[in-house]
Design a protein around this ligand. Sequence first.
Ligand SMILES: Nc1nc2c(ncn2[C@@H]2O[C@H](COP(=O)(O)OP(=O)(O)O)[C@@H](O)[C@H]2O)c(=O)[nH]1
Ligand SMILES: [Mg+2]
Ligand SMILES: [Zn+2]
Length: 303
Amino acid sequence: MRSGTVCRGLGGVYEVETPEGVVEAVLRGRIKREERTGEKVVVGDRVDVDEDRAGEGTVWSIVKVHERTTVLARKAPGKAPRPKAIVANVDQVLVVFAAANPDPHLRMLDRFLVIAASSDIAPVIVVNKTDVAGMDAARALFAPYERAGYTVHYTAARDGTGVDGLREALCGRLSALAGPSGVGKSSLLNAVQPGLGLRVSEVSQAVNKGRHTTVTAQLIPLECGGWVADTPGLREVGLWEIEPDQLQFYFPEFEPLLGDCRYPTCTHTHEPGCAVRAAAQSGEIDAGRYDSYQRMFLGEDEE
Ligand SMILES: Nc1nc2c(ncn2[C@@H]2O[C@H](COP(=O)(O)OP(=O)(O)O)[C@@H](O)[C@H]2O)c(=O)[nH]1
Ligand SMILES: [Mg+2]
Ligand SMILES: [Zn+2]
């Protein structure tokens, strides 16, 4: 028996990284039945594998799936909107945007941050292409996020700016990458780990919406330990599950004000005596962030 982490699953065969090396394993017994009825084994799952028989080649089976610390899930296709797990045990979500080319869509960033918070996963903001926008302009654009308490890395995959800091943030953890196409996610990973050889897209194509080159989720192992999850469709993760009255807790800068509204049931959208709205009007809370809150509260769709 060995324990390990599922790095890839294809056609019912799972690659499991164990301290003694990578093994291919299939599902057996109770877990196989559960897979048909409910939760699937997904990348990031910590599993126990057992050697079925030594003979003509070893056959490994996944005999136990450990409880997940976190789950990133997206809406399963079909009528009943059931969450479908795509990655388990993610420690942090790196939300990557470009400071320019393409210009950052900050309301989309806010949605990613809410998704991470509601999944109990620490978000880290990465602002790439600082060489294009200039570092001062990049810092000015993302200052509201630093003020709100988020960790922000400023990088340029092109000249290596911030790459060491980013590598340090990734080592030893399981990270998911989110962000639109063309912002430099693949370029950054290639800079963090030379030799990785991820395909880098041309900007002209990459800016095309809804273009996904990766089909199945997989974990990319880092030489310094840890993994980066390469997941398709992270845009569809999570937001549909959030109750409007929970949304306020996913904006960290609201937190110190939440006790100060006139009404304890304040939704911070229109009520008189709302401390959050007053702070947005005075500039203490960033107006764009507040706008994002209102849009998400009303269930407005960005895409
Ligand atoms: N100037 C500049 N261009 C970059 C930087 N990072 C990536 N690019 C370019 O942006 C385009 C998209 O990069 P890619 O890594 O494929 O983005 P992804 O779609 O987010 O994975 C490519 O043409 C890259 O060469 C950067 O820091 N500075
Ligand atoms: Mg890419
Ligand atoms: Zn309020």
